[in-house]
Write a protein that binds this ligand. Structure first.
Ligand code: SF4
Length: 93
């Protein structure tokens, strides 16, 4: 994958879809796995710097950074981000 931040783009989208097809908790669990949240350097969608490299590689011309914002809103609302910050997993809001 082209992401310089190491974001698992397909995994994040799969988790997002699972959160609607199954349950939010199922999707969240998949998202944390896809983001390697248990490691010292998680690859959370909130790390996206919107460089656009992924979108330039997309043959379907999908606005991937924009869709990752949907993933961030779905899985990193305020309370989840607060917990991630408390555990030192993210600095971003
Ligand atoms: S726009 Fe975000 S997800 Fe896409 S390559 Fe850049 S940092 Fe990665």
């Amino acid at each position: 994958m082209p992401c310089p931040k190491g974001i698992n783009i397909p995994g994040c989208f799969a988790a997002y879809n699972a959160s609607y097809a199954h349950s939010w908790f199922t999707g969240l669990s998949q998202y944390f796995t896809a983001s390697a949240v248990r490691t010292n350097e998680p690859k959370l969608v909130s790390n996206c710097v919107k460089c656009g490299k992924c979108a330039r590689h997309c043959p379907q011309h999908i606005d991937i950074p924009g869709r990752l914002d949907d993933v961030r809103r779905r899985f990193q609302p305020g309370p989840v981000t607060a917990v991630l910050k408390a555990f030192g997993k993210t600095r971003s809001s």
